[in-house]
Design a protein around this ligand. Sequence first.
Ligand SMILES: Cc1cc2nc3c(=O)[nH]c(=O)nc-3n(C[C@H](O)[C@H](O)[C@H](O)COP(=O)(O)O)c2cc1C
Length: 287
Amino acid sequence: MKFSEAVRLLRIKRPTAPYGAFTLARCYSIDDVARVARVRLPLAARAYLDNGGQGEYTLHRNRAALDTIELLPDQPRDVTSVDTTTTVLGQRVPFPIVLSPVGAPRFFHHEGERAVARAAGHAGIPYGISTLATVPIEEIATQAKGPLWFQLYAWGDRQDAQKAVERAHAAGFQALLLSVDTNVRALREREKRGGLDLPTPELSLPTFLEGILHPTWAWHFLTSEAISFPNIGPPDHRSRDKINDMFDGSVSWDDLKWIRQVWDRPLLLKGVLRPEEAVRAAEFGLE
Ligand SMILES: Cc1cc2nc3c(=O)[nH]c(=O)nc-3n(C[C@H](O)[C@H](O)[C@H](O)COP(=O)(O)O)c2cc1C
């Protein structure tokens, strides 16, 4: 082989950097992205992101149940042009995917909801913001180009919850999801082993030392604003303290009455498992 041919085969190229992140160029699946995240994150953050409740039985059974689903192609068929667009809550979306609410995302990435809102807008899909968001909903609304939904955990005497709903309404959020599957928190053993004692999100000394072994994460964690929950209280320790009162087991069908009075847009229950619950929700006029 001539030297010039060998050089052509070598094809030395500058790596591309999707979204400015070189590592993403080597990710070919969601599993690849998850692997990169696990390397970057300290144990406590990994545990919170990855673990399931109590023995993780449901996590494994859900995964196994989904794995039994097979897609049966109807072939041969011309698939040169495929239309994945559909309608979700009356809104046209490019494919049937909604980004689910995730609490405290700034624990995993310093930009948190800001980055997710930009990505959702880029894809044109709805993004559900958690009650436990780490960026004010008004700021997220300015970054988002796609539809925004607000997920509600109701707790205590409901005044704080109501304020959060009113803020989401004023910020133009298009749907409200009332979470009913986390009335109380599960025992999450991996978090405990990782030194994280949620709902108190403070880090223990071993966790902090673990953070030092993950310098990129630690650098961003220490140089960005402290994690707080600015949609349920002031952006400091007072909003963190409020999480202790959340998941007090008090959410019930009665909550739909006050929520309906302050929210006149689409309303959904998040975490319904039994057909009777779905029927009852429909009777309440929920989507
Ligand atoms: C780290 C993490 C945080 C979550 N935080 C919330 C939350 O704040 N509110 C909520 O309603 N659901 C929350 N969820 C549940 C997700 O919204 C979603 O319902 C669940 O992960 C199932 O979807 P999946 O199978 O795609 O993970 C969280 C899930 C994870 C993994």
